[in-house]
Design a protein around this ligand. Sequence first.
Ligand SMILES: Nc1ncnc2c1ncn2[C@@H]1O[C@H](COP(=O)(O)OP(=O)(O)O)[C@@H](O)[C@H]1O
Ligand SMILES: [Mg+2]
Length: 393
Amino acid sequence: MRNDTHFMSELFRIVNGALRLDIDKVRNYTAFLADKLEKSGDEVSALRLRRMLEENDLQLRPAGTTFEKTLPVDSESRFPLVERVNLKAISEPPVLLSQDQWDVLNEFLSVTRSHAQVDTTRVSTSLSLLMYGPPGTGKSRLARHISQELSLDLYIARLDGLISSFLGSTSKNIRALFDFASKTPCILFLDEFDAIAKLRGDGQELGELKRVVNSFIQNLDTLGTQSIVIAATNHHELLDSAIWRRFSYRLALDYPPADLRQKMWKQFVRPLEFTVREMALLTDLSEGFTGSDIQEVCLRLQRRWLTTNKTPSLKEALPILQNIAMGEGEDRRFLARLRGKDEHAIAAFLRERDAKLYSHSALADLLGVSKATAHRWVKGVKTDARRRPFATT
Ligand SMILES: Nc1ncnc2c1ncn2[C@@H]1O[C@H](COP(=O)(O)OP(=O)(O)O)[C@@H](O)[C@H]1O
Ligand SMILES: [Mg+2]
């Protein structure tokens, strides 16, 4: 068993809850402490705490009902404002980020870990992380990752639902949400966070909006040290600068660069096996794709593999890639621009893009023609002496 001071922060919170007659807080932190004790090897104490919880729960609630955390609800509809993510039911491949992004994330994680040990009676600011970037770049995935890393339950609040009701109840809802987070050691994940800013565009009164924003900021500032708030948005430009500054950490997620895409292909494509050259081609062809797009292509390839029992050829992969390339953000995917073009034109375009990567034999594989044909198609194409930063090797 580890040093006892390791459990003091939970103890302080339980006593604090008891003195305020806040039964939910006492309960939630006792359950949290039991988990922590179990992890540290003290199963006997963990079991004893859990028994206490169960026995007392029966006295307070009708027989047959099990101990459930009381979720915050919308003040009009009474629908829950949060949803708990059951991470035990999910197993996922690792998160892939650039070094800069890891640096921000790791700092956030280590500060949060030491922060959780700070005694509640001392004044301390709360910790929060804002993640922003295009859809499919891994924001929700990261929230799950952080929850696992910190061993904290993850609760997702959908801001659009929270705000769709009357503005007056929005402030109430925000309070209920933070009230819940202060009694429950957890990660409060505010997805689609820009909904808070979009209000302004909806012709709502500016004063009302200000109230909502202020109420949010106040709640964020006073949350305390154990629970943390993570927000995600695809439209950070819509966020009020006052809110933007309030987050202690900000993490930009973006369309992954070539080296990251290559890792994503390796990770998601399994158990299919492509050669090194094929992987280099897939990496280049997926320029402008998100992690989610690459995963989608891989899923489709795997489905095909299941029926044919062999790794699909690049010629089979190309239309799938082209299909996924279309849609939001397609202006940054050169594949989207090749839509409807004939093979001849595609060969010429690729050759001009990178003559070394798109060799005659690579083009032959990709387009399903002979090397001689590929050769003929690209004859006379001007090739740029400048090499692309990403090489085949
Ligand atoms: N950087 C990444 N590392 C690992 N997987 C990723 C990454 N980006 C996206 N994915 C994959 O795509 C899926 C969808 O991404 P998601 O987290 O829902 O994106 P967002 O919330 O930003 O719209 C994830 O569950 C994950 O499998
Ligand atoms: Mg998401």
